[in-house]
Write a protein that binds this ligand. Structure first.
Ligand code: UDX
Length: 454
């Protein structure tokens, strides 16, 4: 019934698994579905297949409490759930621009074919605007109209490393609905979040809107965040030629509450499974809809972001006193330590990681590159098998002519420049995230170069 609806989450990747586990924690009866048998077997055994702080414990606790289970059977999911959340991946299409909706289609059809009572299908994956309407038509083709199955949309905004907090204590809930029935049921499906907030004397704003707006909210938020990062990286480029310091500039403009100081960290740019892919898919969709011009600036956002990677290459050449030929700088023979492989710290995710891209550029320029990351080594070795990896920070920097810090792990920020200085061949460091204490490193005799800093 609508009082405490039973929830299924289809697709137990990063998004679906996190939601399934956290909503069980909120007290819902939850079923996580995936076509991947190994994933379901692992989750059923209490193993989270990715790195996310706090999630393992919640998984085991809620399986033990009998509120959470997993299945590869569409029929079981269809019979179980009152509300079915679609959480499958929407990867970048082979053409590099639009989103691939194959998994959305197969999961909706797989579920719809087994539905035998009224239920609500709620999209959560990041999709091109218009997908909810398309799913509604798809459902119409596979479900008898008398069942009255409905569709709604509710985007998520979780950040890796903070996913449990972001799901249990979101800063807003957005729903795109078409009827009072779906609105009421979806409210019941989110009530655990509102109740938790009430016990903590907080309020979670609820935005109730149409399908298109709900879908757009997600990509608009990510486009804004990407733009904010590229804005400050563009300022870094200007600082680099004008002799300014972008970290001080960011601090100074960030005091204006209209601007705010978050997401103003200049460096090697944004990566990950969302921002780069989402801004490209958003542009492609706007183009299809005839509003390509409106999002042309996102192309620029992308280019600024990618230029940060080549900036490290030219800085490296500069620091090592190498000349640039027509094919770019020649770094042959230089030994370079790359610290960081993940797209951000406290994650093992290496998707679209600027660090690995830069490592590739340095290696291509002839350098002998040694990569180390505290959590991302296994994933990095799979994704970039041509790079050379070292088992520790010390191993990576030993004998290096140049050290590049490209992900701001605490291990790197807190590393002792005096001790590291004894291991390297040349005390030169590029701080690709402006995360090191420049004074401390300089005092230890290092030639320090930040991003957008004199
Ligand atoms: C992002 C959004 O924050 C989240 O709301 C959305 O749901 C998914 O995409 P995530 O990909 O986990 O989350 O990473 P985020 O913490 O946003 O960082 C994205 C990238 O931007 C990282 O590579 C990070 O290093 C970079 N970044 C972030 C900067 O370069 N500068 C900053 O100031 C902030």
């Amino acid at each position: 019934g609508a009082a405490r609806p039973r929830l299924t989450f289809l697709g137990t990747g990063y998004l679906g698994a996190t939601y399934a586990i956290c909503y069980a924690e909120l007290g819902y009866e939850v079923l996580g579905f995936d076509v991947d048998e190994a994933k379901i077997a692992g989750l059923s055994a209490g193993v989270v297949p990715f790195h996310e702080p706090g999630l393992d414990e919640l998984l085991r606790r809620n399986i033990a409490a009998g509120r959470l289970r997993f299945s590869t059977d569409y029929k079981e999911a269809a019979d179980f759930g009152d509300v079915h959340f679609i959480c499958v991946g929407t990867p970048q299409r082979a053409d590099g621009m639009g989103a691939d909706l194959t998994y959305v289609e197969t999961s909706v059809v797989g579920l719809a074919q087994h539905l035998s009572r009224k239920a609500l299908i709620v999209g959560k994956s990041t999709v091109p605007v218009g997908t909810a309407e398309w799913i509604e038509q798809l459902v119409g083709k596979h479900v008898a109209p008398e069942l009255g199955v409905e569709v709604a949309w509710s985007p998520e905004f979780l950040q890796e490393g903070f996913a449990v907090e972001d799901v249990l204590r979101p800063n807003r809930i957005v729903v795109g609905v078409k009827s009072d029935w779906s609105n009421g049921l979806l409210y019941a499906a989110h009530k655990g979040v509102f109740d938790l907030a009430a016990t903590e004397d907080r309020e979670v704003p609820l935005v109730i809107t149409d399908f298109a707006t709900a879908e757009l909210v997600k990509v608009a938020a990510n486009a804004f965040l990407a733009t904010k990062i590229s804005f400050i990286n563009a300022m870094a480029e200007v600082c680099e030629v004008a002799g300014g310091d972008v970290t001080q500039l960011a601090r100074a403009i960030g005091y204006d509450p209209r601007i705010g100081n978050r997401f103003l960290q200049a460096g090697v740019g944004f990566g990950g499974g969302c921002l780069p892919k989402d801004i490209r898919a958003f542009q492609a969709r706007a183009q299809e809809l005839g509003a390509g011009e409106a999002l042309r600036f996102l192309h620029e956002v992308d280019l600024i972001n990618l230029r940060r990677r080549t900036r490290v290459l030219t800085l490296a050449a500069d620091l090592l006193g190498r000349r640039s030929g027509p094919a770019g700088p020649d770094l042959s023979g230089a030994k370079i330590a790359v610290l960081g492989a993940t797209f951000k710290p406290n994650s093992d995710d290496i998707r679209d990681a600027p660090s690995l891209a830069v490592a590739g550029l340095l290696q291509k320029a002839g350098a002998d590159v040694r990569v180390y990351d505290p959590e991302g080594m296994d994933n990095a070795k799979k994704a970039s098998p041509d790079l050379t990896y070292e088992p520790s920070l010390n191993d990576a920097v030993t004998g290096a002519d140049l050290v590049c810090v490209l992900t701001e792990w605490a291990d790197f920020r807190n590393a002792d420049p005096v001790a590291l200085g004894e291991l390297v061949a040349g005390k030169k460091v590029i701080d690709g995230r402006n995360c090191l204490d420049a004074t401390l490193w300089s005092q230890a005799g290092w030639v320090y170069r930040g991003m957008g800093r004199p």
